[in-house]
Design a protein. Structure first.
Length: 225
């Protein structure tokens, strides 16, 4: 589940970035509206969190421009504006939910889950990924193979989700670093190889037919047939 966070207060941005990643979301962060517009043009997001008090434009204006661009992902508005009129305006101008600052992290995460449920098609398949006998439940953030729950860390789940969304296609280490870690680590690190090794031990263990394949000199692929 990929999320765009638009928040200019650096302490709040860092806190939310860390907390959302710990909750197994893939997160891109933007400190202003123009950066958010560029990210939204280059990527597809499942949900957006938008602060209204941005340095270069009002958050409502940003939401309107995103909608004009064809972005239909649900938007959770964050704002210190607490009046009823402000909340109504935000919801009428393209926001799907409104949370006032200060807020509890547990409430923010609950609102995100609710938005995902509300905006998913009325079918279980919309919140699941399946490759052969490997299945990911995107709401529960659980993975199973052959009906057996896999004990994954949050980062392993995010990595496996990315591989599943690209099943049958080779993904390079650079692609994984960009989409899973947001290139927030050194590009020559072996973190991808280490996580793939650990993930393979859990997904392809116990005599299972191997799904995660190494393509020498290229990257990795999750077998889909």
């Amino acid at each position: 589940m990929r999320l765009l966070l638009v928040e200019d207060e650096i302490d709040i941005q860092r806190f939310l970035l860390r907390s959302l990643e710990e909750a197994a979301y893939q997160v891109d962060a933007a400190p202003d509206g123009n950066t958010a517009l560029q990210l939204a043009a280059d990527n597809t997001y499942d949900i957006l969190i938008v602060d209204l008090g941005l340095p270069d434009m009002d958050g409502i204006g940003l939401i309107l421009r995103l909608r004009e661009m064809g972005v239909r992902a649900p938007v959770l508005i964050l704002s210190a504006r607490r009046s009823v009129d402000d909340r109504v305006l935000g919801l009428e101008q393209g926001g799907d939910d409104y949370l006032t600052k200060p807020f509890a992290l547990a409430e923010l995460l609950a609102r995100l889950r609710n938005l995902i449920k509300r905006n998913s098609p009325a079918t279980a398949d919309s919140t699941r990924l399946r490759v052969l006998d490997l299945e990911l439940d995107l709401l529960k953030r659980e993975a199973s193979r052959g009906g057996q729950i896999l004990q994954l860390t949050q980062q392993e789940f995010v990595l496996l989700e990315y591989l599943c969304r690209n099943a049958g296609r080779v993904v390079t280490r650079s692609m994984i670093l960009d989409k899973v870690w947001g290139m927030r680590i050194e590009p020559d690190t072996n973190v991808v190889d280490v996580h793939i090794y650990r993930l393979r031990g859990k997904v392809d263990g116990a005599g299972q037919i191997p799904l995660i394949r190494t393509m020498r000199g290229m990257g990795y692929v999750l077998k889909d047939h």
